[in-house]
Design a protein around this ligand. Structure first.
Ligand code: CA
Ligand code: CA
Ligand code: CA
Length: 460
């Protein structure tokens, strides 16, 4: 386990979030039901400073002798920096400043995976078969569709992936190589090429835009994730404005998350502040990550995000809680078929076949389910690996969105990308006799993503 927790991949195992009961007199929420680990969600000394109106964040930073780690001008308006207590106090009383919030940590909590394919030929992963995506043709339209993977980077030399030369970002500088493997795994489920060996993704050969915001141990910070969102949003806004520097990023995958509300060093079983107003409470930005994502969806980017792996209400985790994103829960499927008749493979048991995965978060903020247990996909170093988590479910939905052709979102409405994509996606209800799944613990029965391009339906 890493030392610090607060923002993590959603893969089961080492949980990152402590759902804690504080005395009810504090007004904080109830006891979480998920497994708990001590959390230290704040990055000591590091802050995110948000502007009022159009004031120049670089000027404000300079006026306070702050050295920005990041300056945000598109998805957010502000900067991130290490600040002393006196700088924080001075910034808070500067009328150009809307708010100064503590930056929060991120830590990987990925379950160690099992070995991948060493076989010749191409393996069609069970998740691809379960949603009938194996018949999606690798068209030019899909190849030209650009998908941002906001993660640990991507193995840039992986022979099974089509990675953009123009669209790439690394918050740490240099090439966005994936020293962890998680981002490469996510990328392969979205878009591993057809007929090239390895595995096959939902939208085979789609163009991947690596956005590296978490380091090789899976650690990072909200301010770094916001920098990745800033890059994606800036490229998309420029595309909307027909600027030659623009890039038509259609959809972004975020297989990561952190606790929605914190007090001292604990995560609370509470939704994020200002969740119905893009992170604002009475005009003050309390949740800058939410504000950044709203401005990105307003620019026309669809966000597909992991629900989280705490077997808890996804409303207590971000970005899963945000209304403007598509939040994806995970089902366990072991054979690529519906019907619930398969046994879990050795060492990879997350509940009965074709049920909500035992680790998956749930609740009203979840929009759609996808396979997320024992998923084979591409991995760093050119090969493949089997991993589990809602991290693995979200890219099935991201790929399904990328495979929708034509699919266009007009900029301007924060809810439009999510709503249009949800309407356009094919889905199967939980109660579908051949395709559905069991075990949803709440009254919000999200459907299963279903691409349905195979000539022989796999649900039967
Ligand atoms: Ca392949
Ligand atoms: Ca099954
Ligand atoms: Ca549900």
């Amino acid at each position: 386990m890493g030392r610090n927790h607060g923002f993590t991949f959603w893969a089961p195992g080492a949980l990152v979030v402590l759902l804690v009961l504080l005395a009810s007199s504090t007004g904080h929420g109830e006891v979480g039901t998920g497994p708990s680990h001590r959390a230290e969600p704040v990055v000591p000394g590091r802050f995110i400073v948000l502007m009022n109106g159009a004031f120049d964040p670089a000027q404000v930073a300079a006026d306070h002798a702050a050295i920005p780690l990041h300056v945000y001008r598109v998805a957010s308006r502000g900067f991130a920096a290490r600040l002393s207590d006196s700088q924080v106090n001075a910034l808070r009383s500067d009328p150009r400043v809307n708010n100064v919030v503590a930056d929060r940590k991120m830590t990987i909590a990925a379950k160690p995976g099992t070995g991948g394919g060493g076989t010749s030929g191409e393996t069609i992963p069970t998740g691809i078969r379960r949603i009938d995506a194996e018949g999606v043709n690798a068209t030019d339209d899909i190849g030209n569709t650009i998908v941002a993977i906001i993660d640990t980077g991507i193995d840039l030399d992986h022979p099974d992936l089509n990675i953009s030369d123009d669209c790439r970002y690394n918050v740490y500088g240099g090439a966005p190589e994936d020293g962890n493997g998680h981002g490469t795994h996510v990328a392969g489920t979205v878009a591993a090429k057809a007929g090239s060996g390895g595995v096959r993704g939902v939208a085979p050969g789609a163009t991947l835009c690596p956005i590296k915001v978490l380091d090789d141990t899976g650690s990072g910070a909200w301010s770094d994730v916001m920098a990745g969102i800033e890059y994606v949003t800036d490229k998309r806004v420029k595309f909307n404005e027909k600027d030659p520097a623009g890039i038509d990023i259609k959809v972004a995958n975020m297989s990561l998350g952190g606790c929605a509300a914190i007090v001292f060093i604990w995560c609370l079983a509470e939704p994020p502040a200002g969740n119905d107003d893009c992170g604002k409470v009475d005009g003050t930005v309390q949740d800058p990550l939410h504000q950044a994502i709203c401005n990105s969806t307003i620019a026309g980017v669809v966000y597909s995000v992991a629900a989280g792996n705490d077997a808890a209400n996804a409303l207590y985790f971000v970005p899963a809680a945000y209304p403007e994103v598509i939040t994806v829960s995970a089902i366990a499927d072991y054979n690529g078929l519906g019907g619930g008749r398969a046994k879990a493979p050795r060492g990879c048991n997350y509940g009965p076949d074709d049920s909500l995965a035992s680790f998956s978060n749930y609740g009203e903020t979840v929009d759609i389910a996808a396979p997320g247990a024992c998923i084979l996909s591409t991995y760093k170093g050119g090969g493949t690996k089997t991993l589990s988590g809602t991290s693995m479910a979200a890219p099935h939905v991201t790929g399904a969105i990328a495979a929708l052709q034509p699919f266009a979102v007009t900029a301007g409405d924060k809810d439009a990308p999510r709503n249009l994509a949800m309407q356009a996606l094919s889905k199967k209800s939980q109660s579908d006799v051949s395709c559905g799944f069991s075990g949803d613990p709440d009254n919000f029965h999200e459907p299963l993503v279903y691409v349905g391009q195979s000539s022989s339906l796999n649900c039967n």
